[in-house]
Write a protein that binds this ligand. Structure first.
Ligand code: FAD
Length: 444
């Protein structure tokens, strides 16, 4: 059996490779970068290991959590887990503080809304009734803003709750974001207190999934190749025949999984008539930025609660990295497009430090700061994008796709990437088995 070649060792490619290896299929993993993890990896930045963007996972990330268990990772070793707590600072309408209750199912959300600090009693009831209106599936062409208006969400609830959550979860502003994707996120994330729990990485991202997955794959004999960029695909008579690397090396393969992100997938698929239509669709996915700022204060500096929201920009969410053994390090996240993209790093850090000064108890002057700009962080989860996202199987026999941009119904998230990788590998393995069956009527 020749190895399945997986192109890209992001969370999607790693998930696909683990699933295939577990099924006894040989795997060769090609990764252009020197390390695994893709957009969710650890990077060296001016002498310090930082995450390529602060990441937050949820209890609802069921496939990611199950995969971590399969490869031997204990959640307690890699996450600080805490019940959902949203503390939002808003100079305009006043602060809001919600803490999820322990009641089962969606009742825990009702409990949070009824116990909200910063809301008058009548407002809490209005919010509760309005939240219930969001349970019904919206039509596929609706934006989040239109859905919130159509379901009568109060103005303050939109501004302080739904719009910031939409931007954080979909990396897409509510006025262009897909209501059906946001509905899916709310449906999964608010299903129970276990689902809405926050999982904040307490170790460098590379040690959460990429490194344990590499170890798991190595013990199963997979070949992992770094600095190996796929330059082109060879397709013959409607079948995949191999991959050529940038250094000129040709690798023959009858099964290839492209898990190299939407832009690179577009480039590799465009030259082939059989895949030109998928390439065209992927090429039309609009990409959105995420900027993460890390500010290192003295070890005495704390943020309580660990994650807090800000409505007066540029920082939208801030995280205390002290939970991960980095006391005094604060990460600030800015999702989506905006004016901040025109600011230089120095100005951005100065503005962020002023915002943080209001939240931190006794803040010293920060000692150092790093800015990580991902201009192509995720695709914009708009209604138009939903119609463009492809399925894992391509018209080319043996050529499969994986990645957060596949048609999972989820936004571009770690869970979307993992689900797509697992789904791709399962379908590929099933198709492989079908191909092994004798033709009807053939001698057995
Ligand atoms: C700053 C930032 C913050 C985020 N925050 C969150 C969050 O809080 N929660 C959450 O769930 N998600 C978050 N995300 C989204 C999440 O990181 C992505 O959805 C996920 O990592 C995508 O994984 P992937 O495997 O689909 O793609 P990628 O991670 O892009 O993996 C593709 C891999 O393919 C490799 N590659 C590319 N071209 C080639 C080639 N030609 N040959 C070989 N290899 C190639 C790349 O180097 C890369 O390793 C965030 C993303 C960013 C950028």
């Amino acid at each position: 059996m020749s190895p399945v070649v997986v192109v890209g060792a992001g969370w999607a490619g790693l998930s696909a490779a683990v699933e295939l290896s577990e099924r006894g299929m040989p795997v060769t993993l090609l990764e252009a970068a020197p390390v695994a993890g893709g957009r969710a990896r650890s990077v060296r930045h001016s002498g310090r290991t930082l995450d390529n963007g602060q990441h937050l996972l949820l209890g609802a990330y069921r496939d990611t959590r199950a995969l971590l268990r399969r490869i031997g990772v204990r959640e307690a070793d890699v996450f600080a887990r805490m019940p959902l707590e949203l503390r939002l600072h808003d100079p305009q309408d006043g602060d809001l503080h919600l803490r999820a209750g322990a009641l089962p199912g969606r009742l825990h959300l009702a409990q949070a809304l009824l116990g909200a600090r910063g809301l008058a009693l009548g407002e809490r009831w209005r919010w509760l009734r309005a939240a219930d209106q969001l349970r019904r599936q919206p039509p596929p062409d609706l934006t989040v803003s239109a859905w919130l208006a159509a379901t009568g969400q109060p103005r303050r609830m939109r501004r302080q709750l739904w719009e910031p959550l939409c931007l954080a979860a979909l990396n897409t502003p509510a006025d262009t974001a897909s209501a059906s994707v946001f509905h899916r996120v709310l449906d999964e994330a608010l299903a129970s207190p276990e689902h809405s729990a926050l999982y904040i990485p307490s170790r460098a991202l590379g040690r959460v999934l990429p490194e344990p997955a590499e170890g798991y794959l190595r013990t199963r004999g997979a070949s992992l190749r770094y600095g190996a960029r796929a330059k082109s695909l060879t397709i013959r008579d409607g079948r995949i025949a191999g991959v050529t690397l940038r250094n000129g090396e040709s690798i023959e393969a009858d099964t290839v999984v492209l898990a190299c992100g939407p832009r690179e997938s577009t480039r590799l698929l465009t030259p082939h008539a059989e895949t030109a239509e998928i390439a065209d669709r992927l090429g039309r996915l609009e990409m959105q930025p995420i900027v993460t700022l890390y500010l290192d204060y003295g070890p005495a500096t704390r943020l309580d609660p660990t994650m807090q929201g800000l409505l007066d920009g540029p920082l939208q969410w801030v995280f205390d990295r002290g939970q991960g053994g980095e006391p005094g390090l604060i990460a600030g996240v800015i999702s989506g497009p905006g004016e901040h993209m025109n600011l230089d790093n120095e100005t951005l850090v100065r503005t962020a430090a002023r915002q943080l000064g209001r939240l931190l108890a006794d803040p010293d002057q920060y000692r150092s700061a790093w800015v990580v700009r991902e201009r192509l962080a995720t695709f914009a989860a708009t209604p138009a994008a939903e119609a463009l996202r492809p399925a894992p199987q391509t018209p080319v026999r043996g050529l499969w796709l994986a990645g957060d941009h596949l048609d999972t119904g989820l936004p571009a998230t770690l869970e979307g990437a993992v689900r797509s990788g697992l789904d791709c590998a399962q379908r590929l393995a099933a198709a492989d088995r079908t191909a092994e069956l004798p033709e009807p009527g053939a001698a057995r």
